[in-house]
Design a protein around this ligand. Structure first.
Ligand code: TIU
Length: 230
C-alpha cells in the first residue's frame, strides 16, 4: 500500500507519497557559499546563503530516516570549458570568471574543491549526485531518467539560489509533470527581496508551478513516513 500524508503548504496541502518522493538539494557548493567563490566573484553577499545550511541539514537527515531518495546537484563545467556556452562565460562583470583560479581552485570546474558540496551537507554513499552545466537540473543531465527509473512523481526542492537554479529546476520539473514543494527556509538567495518574491511566485495563481512550505511543516510529515516504514 502506498503511504501518503499531507504537508500544510501554500497554496494548498501537498501530498507526500512514500516511494514516489525525492528530496533534491541544488548546488550547495563551496563556490556559491564560501568567500572567494563564484558567488562572491559576482559581487554577492555569500553570508545570505549560509543560513540555509542548518535547516537543510536537519531536513536531509529526516529524509534519510524516512527512506526518501536524496539527490544532490552541482553546477559546473569540464576543465576545458567545452560545456560552458561563451555567453555564460563572458556574461556580467565578475571579478573572476568560470575557470579562473579562485581561493578553492578553478571556479566552478568539476573536480576542484570549490565545486564540491559543503562539508555539512555532503552526500552519503548511494546518493545520486548530478553534475549540471546549466541552471536547471534537467538540462543536459541524466536526472529525468533517474527519476523515471525510481518511480518518482513528487519533488521536495531545496538549495541555492532561490531565483536562479531553484526556480529553473522547479519550472523544468513542473513542465515534466512532477509535483514540486519548495522548502522555504531550505532555499536561499543572495538578495532578501528575491527570496521573498521568488517564493511567492511559485505558490501564486493557485500554485502556478509548485507548493511552498517551511521545514517545520515538512519534517513532521517525513517523520510520519519514517514511523510507518519502520
Ligand atoms: N548567481 C546565482 O544566483 N546562481 C547561480 O549562478 N547558480 C545557482 O543558482 N546555483
Amino acid at each position: 500500500m502506498t503511504e501518503t500524508t499531507e504537508i500544510p503548504a501554500a497554496p494548498s496541502p501537498y501530498p507526500l507519497i512514500a516511494g514516489r518522493t525525492a528530496l533534491i538539494v541544488i548546488d550547495m557548493q563551496r563556490d556559491f557559499l564560501l568567500p572567494g567563490g563564484f558567488g562572491e566573484s559576482l559581487g554577492n553577499d555569500v553570508g545570505q546563503l549560509l543560513k540555509v545550511v542548518p535547516p537543510l541539514a536537519a531536513l536531509i537527515a529526516a529524509a534519510r530516516d524516512a527512506g526518501i531518495m536524496v539527490i544532490h546537484t552541482r553546477e559546473g563545467h569540464e576543465p576545458d570549458l567545452s560545456d560552458c556556452p561563451p555567453a555564460k562565460l563572458t556574461r556580467g562583470a565578475p571579478s573572476k570568471r568560470i575557470g579562473d583560479d579562485g581561493k578553492y581552485g578553478r571556479i566552478l570546474i568539476r573536480g576542484e574543491y570549490g565545486h564540491d558540496i559543503v562539508d555539512e551537507l555532503a552526500p552519503i554513499d548511494g546518493e545520486v549526485v548530478i553534475d549540471k552545466p546549466g541552471k536547471g537540473a534537467f538540462y543536459a543531465t541524466e536526472l529525468q531518467d533517474i527519476l523515471t527509473a525510481a518511480g518518482i512523481t513528487q519533488l521536495l526542492v531545496t538549495g541555492v539560489t532561490t531565483e536562479v537554479c531553484v526556480h529553473t529546476t522547479t519550472r523544468e520539473a513542473n513542465d515534466r509533470g512532477y509535483e514540486c514543494l519548495v522548502v522555504s527556509d531550505c532555499v536561499g538567495s543572495y538578495f532578501p527581496e528575491f527570496q521573498r518574491v521568488g517564493l511567492e511566485m511559485i505558490a501564486a495563481q493557485g500554485g502556478i508551478f509548485g507548493w511552498v512550505a517551511d521545514s517545520a511543516s515538512v519534517i513532521p510529515a517525513l517523520t510520519i513516513l519514517a514511523v510507518s516504514a519502520a
